[in-house]
Write a protein that binds this ligand. Structure first.
Ligand code: NIG
Ligand code: FE
Length: 422
């Protein structure tokens, strides 16, 4: 056998995220019944986890002269965070609109006046590919310091063929130029661009299906759409997702963010991997989704978005989990509705405003988030065979994670078995 290349030992708690039903999202009671090992270790060989257990079962024969040792006494050790919903690549920022919002304008008012997403579209189209890449790398560096080791990145600020393809290309390149893995998603159907204002949403998605999607084979695994007033209506979203599905893409939807249009149920019925936002998804509809998909569709909740948009309505996370709908959490990092990369803050706000318990919230940013982007075979839990993406936290128990509101608890980030510096 190979000696361990890395051994993280004496952890106060190892949050394994293991011990749930095999090959399934953590749903219902399983979202919080996964295994915590008290006084444990995690051992890696090269880029893989090879053993996880209590210190009493650690076999010293595997420790060689080249084994790097991390003393995690008093610390929680857990899988790297999986950030399953971001709009990583964009130009400019919207601090001016932040001020308008503070004076009382709403998100949809600003969008309808030609600002909002459309203002970022103008800034993104005007940016060079090099600048977009530099910004994406800057943000990825920030995410890595927060302990994010895998991240989904949506396009959606180009809304024309060339810019949308550029955004997917930049996301992929950013993933290759630093350690955090990037999973690109195509969100060309974010809003209707000015060029299609007359022709309308159906004509625009026809254009995407005809002229853009075929160039994304192998470049983006998922196709996403924003189903909302001022964006895409339910029937157009359904048609688009059906066609994308036929072309072999996995499906995602931004739905029930500001109104209940039925987007989540529609997408779940088409086999969507995730339904995202869900602030206006009723518990009754959530429970129908859980039953009909048998826990295969995950609700990605984004608690920093209603906070940042000054909205009272937060997704009914507690009811969703109780009805068997698996829940993941993400920041939704983007320049309009969530300029924060602090997924730990999202975890705390999910506990405070959506009723999640600490273990459920941890599952929501690890294993269930990995499922939301089809990366569950590689990451999201500390189990032999998975990639060695591991965090050492400056907290002593799982309950402390959401407790230190706004803090970054990360002491050490390990990606693919490599200890990250700085
Ligand atoms: O997920 N809701 C739609 N899209 C993004 C926001 C994009 C923006 O405002 O720039 C979201 O919240
Ligand atoms: Fe989003």
């Amino acid at each position: 056998f190979a000696p361990y290349s890395l051994l993280i030992q004496h952890a106060a708690q190892v949050l394994t995220l293991a011990g749930g039903p095999a090959d399934q999202l953590l749903a219902g009671a399983a979202q919080s019944s996964w295994t915590i090992i008290e006084h444990g270790y995690v051992a890696c060989v090269a880029d893989k986890i090879v053993a996880v257990g209590p210190m009493s079962e650690l076999n010293p024969a595997h420790i060689g002269p080249k084994t790097r040792l991390i003393d995690a006494s008093g610390c929680v050790v857990m899988p790297g965070l999986v950030e399953c919903h971001t709009h990583l690549v964009f130009g400019g920022n919207r601090a001016d609109e932040f001020e308008r919002k503070l004076r009382g304008e709403t998100y949809l008012d600003i969008l309808a006046s030609g600002g909002g997403i459309l203002s970022t579209v103008r800034a993104t189209r005007a940016a060079s590919e090099a600048d977009l890449l530099a910004n994406a790398l800057h943000h990825l560096d920030g995410f890595r310091r927060y302990g994010v080791t895998t991240l989904e990145a949506k396009s959606g600020y180009g809304l024309d063929r060339d810019t949308e393809l550029r955004l997917v290309r930049v996301a992929r390149a950013a993933g290759q130029q630093q350690p955090v893995r990037v999973v690109p998603t195509f969100l060309g159907a974010h809003v209707v661009p000015p060029e299609f204002k007359e022709a309308g949403p159906q004509a625009y998605v026809d254009f995407l299906l005809r002229e853009v999607l075929s160039d994304l084979k192998g470049e983006a695994a998922f196709v996403d759409i924003f189903c909302e007033e001022g964006a895409f209506p339910l029937d157009v979203a359904q048609y688009y997702l059906e066609q994308a599905h036929k072309m072999g893409f996995g499906l995602k939807i931004h739905a029930e963010q500001l109104h209940d249009l039925g987007g989540c149920e529609m997408a779940a019925a088409l086999g969507a991997t995730s339904v995202d936002h869900c602030d206006y998804l009723t518990p009754a509809a959530a429970s129908r989704i859980a039953r009909q998909t048998q826990g295969r569709t995950v609700a990605v909740l984004l608690p920093l978005v209603p906070l940042f948009l000054r909205q009272q309505q937060f997704a009914a996370g507690r009811e969703f989990i109780d009805s068997g709908l698996p829940v993941a959490l993400s920041t939704d990092f983007n320049p309009g509705s969530c300029p924060s990369k602090n997924l730990w803050l999202a975890v705390s706000v999910a506990c405070l405003k959506m009723g999640l318990h600490p273990k459920e919230a941890v599952a929501a940013v690890t294993l269930n988030a990995a499922w939301a982007i089809a990366q569950q075979h590689d990451c999201g839990s500390l189990e032999p065979g998975k990639r060695a993406d591991v965090l050492v936290l400056n907290v002593g128990s799982v309950a402390e994670i959401p407790y230190w509101l706004g803090e970054n608890p990360v002491r050490e980030v390990i990606i693919s078995g490599e200890i990250q510096q700085g």
